[in-house]
Design a protein around this ligand. Sequence first.
Ligand code: G4P
Length: 535
Amino acid sequence: MSTELQAELQTAVERRRNFAIISHPDAGKTTLTEKLLLYGGAIHQAGSVKARRAQRHATSDWMEMEQQRGISITSTVLQFAYQNCQINLLDTPGHQDFSEDTYRTLAAADNAVMLIDAAKGLEPQTRKLFEVCRMRGLPIFTFINKLDRPGREPLDLLDEIEQELGLQTYAVNWPIGMGDRFKGVYDRRSAQIHLFERSAHGQREAVDTAIDLGDPRIEGLLEQSLYHQFKDDLELLEGLGPELDLERIHHGKMTPVFFGSAMTNFGVELFLNAFLDYALKPGSHASNKGDIPPTYPEFSGFVFKLQANMDPKHRDRIAFVRVCSGRFEKDMTVSHARSGKTVRLSRPQKLFAQDREVIEEAYPGDVIGLNNPGVFAIGDTIYVGSKLEYEGIPCFSPELFAYLKNPNPSKFKQFRKGVSELQEEGAVQIMYSADEAKRDPILAAVGQLQFEVVQFRMQNEYGVETQLELLPYSVARWVDGGWEALTKVGRLFNTVAVKDSWNRPVLLFRNEWNVSQVQADHPELQLNSIAPVVS
Ligand code: G4P
C-alpha cells in the first residue's frame, strides 16, 4: 500500500469518533443531540432536530407526517466537527416501538452514550438497549441529565448502574446540589468547579464559570451544607472509588459518568471533551477473512439499515453503510458480496436530518447513504479488491406476532412483492407457520407501531389493503441445531414452531414461564433469544 494512503487513513481514524445514544423516551436525547451539534457549529441545523422533536411527540399522527415530509420516524446520521475531530452521531428513532432500528444502529456504532434522567434512573428501554451494547462489548458513556430539576441522589444512581447492569462506574464529574440548589459540577479531570448560574429566565443557556478546587472563594459561593456535602462526596470518590481505567472502558466494563443539564447546556462541553479523549476510535471488524483494520487499504463497509421513501418526490430507497476500511470515493465501483455483482455508487449521500448533501469521500467510522435500487439488504457487505464479507447483523427477539392477510386474491402479486420488500428492508421480521397449509406471512415485531407501518405502506406503496390477525404469543426463541434438533426432542407443549426467513425453526411462546417449562422438560434443547447471524 502506498505510504501516503496509509498515513491518510491513519489520520482519518485518529480524528474520528462515532457513537449512538441509548435512552428511554423523554430522558432528553433530542435535547442533548441538539446541544452537541451546537459545538460542531451546526447551529442552524440544530433547529431541525428540534422540529423533529415537536413532531415526534405527536406519534399518533405520524403517518400523516410520513406523507407530508416523507419521513418522520427514522435514524439519521449527524456528522459534526469538533476540536479537529469528526464526530458521527448515529441518531436513533425515539419511539420505543422502533427499537429494532436502534438495535441495528448499534451494530454500526463504536461507542454508546447512555442518557439517564436523574429523577428516574434506569428505565426499561435503556436496560434493553444496554443489553445490546453489552453483547457487542461497546464502551458506554453515561450522561445523567436534568440536574437542574430535583432528582435522585448521585450515589444512589451510580449504585443502581453498578448493581443492576453490573457496570463499574467512574464519575468524571460530580454534581454539587440538584434542582433549585444545583450549583454546578466538579470536573475531576481539571480539578475545577464549573459553576452553574441560571440565566435571567431560569432555563436557557447556563453561564459556565470555572474556578480551581483550591480557590478560597468556593466556600463563599456555595452554601455551607452543600460545601460540606461536596467535600464528603469528593473524599468518598477519591478514597473509595476506582481509578479511571481506559482499558475497562473500552471493553464496556467501566462507564465514565457525567452529570449535567442538556436543556441549559450545562456539562455538555465537559462531556464532549472527555468523550473525545476516552472514546474508542474506529477499529477492526470481524469478517470471513479475519479482522479487517480500518487502515486496510481497500474500501469496505456493511449495510446496517435501509430506509424507503425518504423523499416522497422520488420514492427512493436509501441504504445506510458503515464504512469499515479504506477510503470511500464518489462514483466508486464496488462489489456486493452476497450477489457477486458490481455496483457503481454514484450519488452517495451524507445525511443530516432532512438535508442531504452529496459526499465526495468518506473514511472508516463514517456512515454514507446510498441509493438502493433493491440491491442491498441489511447486513450486506460491499468491498473493493479481494472478496470479504462482514459478520451479519443479528435479528432481535420480536414480542408481537400477527398473520398478515390479503383478502383480495387479485392483489396476490403486489402483496407478495410488498411483503418481500418490507422484509428485505427490515421494516419487520417475517415468519411462516411450519404447517404448510397456513401460508399467510406472520409479522414479528418489537412494537405495535411496526404493524401499523407495514399495513400503511402495503396500502400506500403496493396498493394492497391488508388485514391483521393477532397471535397470542409474546416470546420467540431460536433453536440451536435447527430442525434436526427440534425433531429429536419430540412433541413440545405450550409452544408453536414457525420458520424464519432463513427457514430456521423458531419457537413461539405465550410467556416466559412457558419458555422455562419447555427448558426444564428438555434441558438438551438450546434456545436463543437472539437469532444466530446469517452470513
Ligand atoms: P427524548 O428525545 O429523549 O424523548 O427527550 P427530549 O429531548 O424531547 O426531552 C424530553 C423533555 O425533557 C423535554 O421537555 C425537554 O425540554 C426536557 N429536558 C431535556 N433535557 C432537560 C434538562 O436538562 N433539564 C430539564 N429540566 N428538562 C430537560 P418537554 O416539555 O417535553 O418539551 P419542550 O416543551 O421543552 O420542548
